[in-house]
Design a protein around this ligand. Structure first.
Ligand SMILES: NC(=O)c1ccc[n+]([C@@H]2O[C@H](COP(=O)([O-])OP(=O)(O)OC[C@H]3O[C@@H](n4cnc5c(N)ncnc54)[C@H](OP(=O)(O)O)[C@@H]3O)[C@@H](O)[C@H]2O)c1
Length: 229
């Protein structure tokens, strides 16, 4: 049997890139999607080159790109076993902060983009009886003052449960990963203490994926020990 295939959106940086590294270590072949092709290509080559990892430009808000990502996985590796819908970004808190164009882009990326990844990958996941993971957030479990970002992650929380309910009986497992603060370029000023590292979240992802097929880990909320809320 050939090695299983792990597709990640938002694989060019942070949690997605570290998950790719740990998945490669665990024996998966990788399909790496994001907009920054140069970074994806560098990562694909670090993970062993075209036999082991492919880089595919994918803007998650574009349905064509999402379909091409799934097709590229099938053409290169013949199937998809794990899908990690992880692409996303934030905005300053406050309903008078940021600007409407940034908001539109964030809502489309975090919510619509996540839904498009699910849509594009369900057929392959049904075939493999695979695993779907979504990156939510602790901010998708409690509202943050003035945070439209938090609202997008509440939507992702709902999407995880909606997908689980729809896919129940197909053999597909669904896991919502809900990190607290993680030291990644998500922040303009990356936190230097009191935060998780991307590797910590990646370990949680790999743990959920590594459970036996009859064990569905539906939610994993992982905070830095020092984070109160
Ligand atoms: N850091 C935290 O504290 C934290 C906490 C909870 C949840 N999260 C969530 O974790 C996920 C990953 O974030 P991170 O912390 O790893 O931040 P990051 O290092 O900034 O990574 C974000 C990733 O999303 C990709 N992305 C953004 N817009 C995209 C688009 N339209 N199409 C495709 N890819 C896109 C970026 O790639 P390109 O720019 O190359 O496209 C990048 O690979 C996000 O969903 C974020 O909301 C983060």
């Amino acid at each position: 049997m050939s090695d299983p295939v792990f597709l990640i959106t938002g694989a060019s940086s942070g949690i997605g890139a570290e998950t790719a590294r740990q998945a490669a270590e665990a024996g998966y072949r990788l399909v790496l999607g994001a907009r920054s092709v140069d970074r994806l290509e560098a990562l694909a080559s670090e993970l062993g080159g075209a036999e082991r990892a492919i880089a595919v430009r994918c803007d998650v808000i574009e349905w064509d790109d999402q379909q091409k990502l799934a097709v590229a996985a099938l053409e290169a590796f013949g199937g998809i076993d794990v899908v990690f819908a992880n692409a996303g970004f934030g905005a300053p808190r406050g309903f008078l902060e940021s600007d409407p164009d940034h908001w539109r882009s964030m809502v489309l990326t975090n919510v619509y983009g996540c839904a498009l990844t699910i849509r594009a990958c369900i057929p392959a996941l049904k075939e493999s009886r695979g695993h779907l993971l979504l990156t939510g957030s602790v901010a998708g479990r409690r509202a943050l003052p003035g945070s439209l970002y938090s609202c997008t992650k509440w939507a992702v929380t709902a999407m995880g449960e909606a997908a689980r309910l729809e896919l129940n009986g197909t053999g597909i497992r669904v896991t919502l990963i809900e990190p607290g603060m993680v030291a990644t370029p998500f922040f303009d000023n990356v936190p230097t203490s009191g935060a998780l590292q991307a590797e910590d979240v990646a370990r949680a992802v790999l743990w959920a994926v590594g459970q036996p097929p009859h064990v569905g880990v539906n939610e994993l909320l992982v905070r830095p020990t020092e984070q109160q809320t």
